[in-house]
Design a protein around this ligand. Structure first.
Ligand SMILES: [Zn+2]
Length: 362
């Protein structure tokens, strides 16, 4: 029996020793290699050199899981070769569901050109030798150079349509983010947009509302913000990042609003209701509240439909220093502990609690 065990251990040991030689490429090395290959391909196709501040790379590497492998090391590979990195505001990891395919999108704001890449399925299973000896162009099942600059896309609708078609389901996200970045979207706004997964007037409105509140009710030692969002829209993805108000930790309460109540509030206050923002002093158990409305640009859009949201987003991004152009105070009031509880209570309409609807208006 003892001899049998010894023999078995011997066989196991031999197997273990053989494993490194037989194993396929370790995930981390593979992803690093894929990131490097994406960067080399982009530098070749878009003709930029290492660390070019005019180039942005967007990717879902780090979020995507492909063939059971995590993909974060692709980010290291990209940076090693291209010098593009998050600390320089030239690399951003966009949120996507983890089962979505891995992709890379390089955009050169000077030339207006962009390159979209998706690795082949085979590149996730090849051995190190196979992957390293594969020509770069065969590493990607999708490698397409497009006109990525929105102004050029709108000036040449055919080129614009071709871009939208080539980028498919990723088009709105990639065009909106890269163009807003090129027009100077700030780092904290981009951070929120990464969570949101695309750039749009809705998420931009959340940023303008936050900036307005910070301006009018700056945080002091004992205070924190409570957001009673009503109705919800894309704006709500700003507060988890800017103010660390997350669904898990609280501080951000989201309520729907009936069409009837929204119409009544819009008519009464001349703006679209966005929510009630409270600066709460937990030591004094008192707060100051601003019920805020948000006015989107409602001038008719005449260009191709894909251009409207990214274009309006750019206008808003360029105006983030002037939130008062969009934001209006509908009502300002003091909040005590009971009222705060009532405002947070999902059984209540917060505008009723605030006495802003005819049912409750004093
Ligand atoms: Zn949105």
């Amino acid at each position: 029996m003892k001899r049998y065990i010894t023999l078995l251990s011997g066989i196991l040991l031999v197997c273990l020793l053989c494993v490194p030689a037989m194993a396929v490429l370790p995930d981390a090395e593979r992803m690093d290699e894929l990131g490097q290959r994406a960067a080399w391909t982009a530098m070749d196709q878009l003709k930029f050199s290492k660390g070019d501040p005019n180039v942005l790379v967007l990717t879902n590497a780090g979020r995507a899981i492909v063939d059971g492998q995590t993909t974060e090391r692709a980010v290291s590979g990209i940076t090693k070769v291209s010098g593009l990195q998050n600390g320089d505001n030239t690399l951003w990891q966009v949120n996507r569901a983890n089962w979505k395919p891995l992709w890379f999108y390089f955009y050169d704001k000077k030339s207006g050109k962009a390159l979209y890449l998706e690795p082949t399925e085979a590149s996730y299973t090849q051995t190190q030798t196979e992957l390293k000896t594969t020509p770069f162009y065969k590493t990607f099942s999708k490698a397409v150079v497009v006109t990525g600059d929105l102004d050029r896309m709108l000036a040449d609708t055919e080129a614009g349509n071709a871009t939208m078609k080539a980028l498919g389901g990723e088009a709105f996200s990639l065009i909106s983010i890269s163009n807003a970045w090129a027009h100077g979207a700030s780092y904290d706004l981009l951070s929120s947009v990464m969570l949101h997964n695309h750039f749009c007037p809705g998420v931009s409105s959340g940023y303008l509302l936050a900036k307005y509140v910070e301006q009018e009710m700056p945080i002091t030692d004992e205070t924190s913000y409570v957001v009673i969002s009503c109705p919800m829209w894309c704006k709500d993805d700003i507060f988890p990042i800017l103010w660390d108000l997350t669904p898990g930790k609280g501080g951000h309460y989201i309520f729907p609003l009936s069409e009837e109540d929204e119409t009544e509030l819009t008519e009464a206050y001349g703006t679209r209701p966005a929510g009630i923002f409270i600066r709460w002093d937990d030591a004094q158990k008192t707060g100051r509240a601003l019920a805020l409305g948000f006015q989107f640009d409602s001038t008719p859009w005449t260009g191709p439909s894909w251009g409207e949201k990214p274009m309006r987003t750019i206008e808003m991004v360029e105006n983030t220093g002037n939130p008062e152009q969009y934001v209006t105070v509908m009502k300002e009031f003091e909040v005590n502990e009971q009222m705060l509880t009532d405002l947070k209570n999902p059984a209540n309409n917060p505008y009723e609690v605030a006495g802003m609807l005819s049912k409750t208006r004093a």
